[in-house]
Write a protein that binds this ligand. Structure first.
Ligand SMILES: [Zn+2]
Length: 380
């Protein structure tokens, strides 16, 4: 998540802000200070327009953040883990662990955000009603409108927008078929994305370049709608025991073995590869498991060793280059294992039993091949 700035943690949930938000912040403050506020409140000075423009932009940011936090709190309340929230240019995305989710829970989590936005918007509307025309009422005017727009926009039934999630949860509960429900909801997302692009292009042709925003937003929605569906397919195909992917034919080395010796072993595996079946060969040449007193210490990737100088290959030992990696328990399913591998950028991981003893390794490429075979066949 290098494209985002870490703002810290709220209730154990990491809050990130995408860099594009800083740009949006300036655009919002600028357009409010030079366009909207002077139009509706012509009696203020330029300096005042900028002050309330900046305050409003900060409060817009807060509105989006609290909207996302509402989803997260609803998720936590239903026992679903939320690891992080990232605020993008159009709003935010909460990374919710899909493990243990049900149609009812998904619906509650999806509705929590727009509900918050409506309530927050109503509060500013009340403030607007009870204050005289001054800078506070100007800010309240903008915030009441923008929060209601946020609620409305997010409730459009286009997955992965909140409305799309509600639609998916409804279809899922009705048909009991998550795959089909996601397919329909993400088609809504794709069509909405296409619609925004068309509106944007027409706007550019007939009016001004403001339409570019719609093109960006539409393109982005179109992309993530497809990715959401793909994610569900992957999850469904990989909800099988990890056992099918465990390769028991792996190489072990001890902490004190020298790199030169390990390289020799690797060469041997390479010749073995020609006689062995192809899938075993894949794992054999990629990594070695480092073992000390029956415990897994980590792995050594052969490709990293190749970059060492001949001198270093002689002087360094396994313990100097071992990489500490997460251990997969043999009882996790293939989906969890695949997620751990993706998250930690490891293509090979050791698998252990409940006593933490090594029983094999899993090669991510094997899982990807399996997915290509399964999803490639069923996607049309
Ligand atoms: Zn939302």
């Amino acid at each position: 998540m290098k494209s985002s700035l870490n703002l810290g943690k709220v209730h154990d949930i990491g809050i990130f802000i995408h860099y594009s938000w800083l740009f949006i912040f300036l655009i919002v403050a600028w357009s409010l200070a030079t366009d909207m506020f002077p139009y509706y409140y012509p009696e203020f000075t330029t300096k005042t327009y900028w002050i309330i423009g900046i305050i409003s932009a900060v409060l817009l940011f807060l509105s989006v953040l609290l909207h996302e936090l509402s989803h997260s709190i609803a998720a936590k309340y239903s026992g679903i883990k939320v690891s992080s929230i990232t605020l993008f240019f159009f709003g935010g995305v909460a990374t919710i662990d899909e493990e243990g989710i049900s149609p009812m829970k998904e619906m509650m989590i999806a509705l929590a955000g727009p509900l918050f936005s409506i309530v927050f918007g109503m509060i500013f509307y009340l403030i607007l009603q009870i204050t005289e025309v001054n800078i506070i009422s100007a800010i309240a005017f903008y915030l009441s409108r923008i929060n209601l727009i946020l609620a409305f926009f997010n409730m459009i039934p286009a997955y992965p927008l909140d409305g799309g999630r509600v639609l998916r949860a409804f279809l899922w509960g009705w048909t009991n078929d998550l795959k089909k429900a996601t397919m329909i909801a993400s088609k809504g997302g794709k069509w909405f994305g296409i619609g925004l692009i068309v509106i944007g292009v027409l706007n550019i042709f007939f009016f001004n370049f403001g339409g570019l925003w719609f093109v960006f937003l539409g393109g982005f929605l179109y992309m993530i709608a497809g990715a959401g569906y793909q994610q569900v397919l992957i999850k469904q195909e990989l909800e099988i025991p990890l056992t099918d992917f465990i390769n028991k034919n792996f190489e072990k080395v001890s902490l004190n073995e020298s790199i030169a010796e390990i390289m020799k072993k690797a060469m041997k595996s390479k010749t073995l590869q020609d006689t062995s079946t192809q899938e075993n060969a894949l794992a054999l040449q990629n990594a070695f498991i480092v073992i000390d007193k029956n415990k897994v210490k980590g792995i050594i990737k052969i490709k990293n060793l190749k970059e060492l100088s001949d001198e270093k290959k002689k002087s360094l030992k396994a313990k100097d280059v071992v990489e500490i990696v997460p251990l997969l328990n043999q009882s996790v399913n293939a989906y969890s294992a695949f997620n751990i591998m993706m998250r930690t950028h490891n293509s090979v991981l050791p698998v252990v039993n409940n006593k933490q003893e090594i029983i094999g390794i899993v090669d991510g490429n094997k899982i990807i091949n399996y997915l290509n075979m399964k999803i490639g066949k069923s996607s049309e």
